[in-house]
Design a protein around this ligand. Structure first.
Ligand SMILES: Cc1cc2nc3c(=O)[nH]c(=O)nc-3n(C[C@H](O)[C@H](O)[C@H](O)COP(=O)(O)OP(=O)(O)OC[C@H]3O[C@@H](n4cnc5c(N)ncnc54)[C@H](O)[C@@H]3O)c2cc1C
Length: 281
């Protein structure tokens, strides 16, 4: 019962709280629905059009993403290490390819980005651990400012925000997709339940149930990421000492380690039914 319209462009979003939201597509078609789910990313046009405000600030780090060709085939292993200038991560792609995420100060990212690919490769090899294997070439780069954004409300009559449209978090622990998927699971649960109860699924009171399930949980995850960011991105001796002590203890105390791992896998906190393996249909 799903019609996929892709590719498509939106020429206009018509929103009035007292009528169903409407999208005018580039090809002239007009779509109308009881509820418009804004899954259109951090710069969400839907969010801006309907006037849902965000609280945001920039981290003092940018992320430089570098697409590389390596000497040997990459396995399904990703790793990340923390240095004072910011995390350094490696994400395997298929075959001999991989993606580096190099967090650094905005000035340093701009300097690195301005280098030729050959010079950048040399700096990369010098800065990253040897377990990367031989890097044959840098094939492409992109950089991103890191911004924390949180919509002050996720819902309006007939409109609901999910994923990065509702929140962007520091990506240092790779939690962005996880919390977006949990949003989707919670929204599916709420809409299905409302539909079974014969309620209007676009009604603000229905959509607020979803917001209640997700906003505080997302805020908790954003706050934990900020603690990691602050603890790992400084070289003050007592902070370093406490950080290393904490990590050492977490490694040795297995229940604590498992709890952290379950949290990172999106298995802790108040979870929607789908995330607990409970069928909702
Ligand atoms: C440097 C960096 C590293 C990251 N690393 C990780 C990681 O390791 N693990 C992790 O889980 N997360 C990571 N994230 C976060 C992750 O990328 C996001 O949380 C995730 O992509 C959000 O998914 P989304 O579907 O909500 O939004 P998006 O991925 O932004 O998708 C929104 C989609 O909507 C489309 N769209 C927008 N407007 C329109 C329009 N008007 N018409 C048609 N289409 C439109 C866009 O083209 C896009 O395809 C990282 C982010 C950054 C910046």
């Amino acid at each position: 019962n799903i019609e996929l319209i892709c590719p498509a462009t939106i020429s206009k979003i018509n929103y009035r709280p007292d009528s169903s939201p409407e999208l005018e597509l580039g090809d002239g078609r007009i779509l109308s629905a009881k509820v418009l789910v804004a899954a259109d990313g951090a710069q969400s046009r839907v969010r801006q059009t309907v006037g849902l405000g965000v609280t945001s600030w920039d981290y003092q780090q940018h992320a430089l993403v570098i697409y590389i060709d390596t000497d040997y085939e990459q396995k399904d292993i990703t790793w990340q290490r923390f240095v004072a200038s910011g995390p350094q991560a490696f994400l395997p792609l298929t075959g001999h390819y991989g993606s580096i995420v190099w967090y650094n100060s905005p000035d340093e990212v701009n300097r690195l980005k301005a280098l030729s690919f050959d010079d950048l490769k040399d700096e990369l090899v010098a800065a990253f651990p040897a377990c990367l294997g031989k890097v044959n070439a840098v094939l492409g780069t992109a950089s991103f400012p890191l911004t924390r954004r949180h919509a002050q409300s996720y819902v309006k009559q007939g409109v609901v925000l999910v994923g990065d449209a509702a929140h962007t978090i520091n990506p240092l622990a790779g939690q962005g997709v996880n919390i977006g998927l949990l949003d989707a699971a919670a929204l599916a649960e709420v809409l299905l339940e409302a539909s079974q109860q014969g309620l209007n699924i676009g009604d603000i009171n229905v959509l607020k149930r979803y917001e209640k399930m997700r906003r505080t949980e997302n805020l908790k995850m954003m706050t934990v990421m900020d603690v990691f960011y602050n603890v790992f991105s400084n070289d003050i001796l007592p902070v370093k000492f406490l950080r290393n002590l904490g990590l050492g203890l977490a490694e040795r105390i297995l229940p604590a380690k498992h709890k952290v791992m379950r949290g990172a896998m999106g298995l802790e906190g108040k979870l929607p039914k789908l995330a607990r393996g409970v069928h909702i249909i």
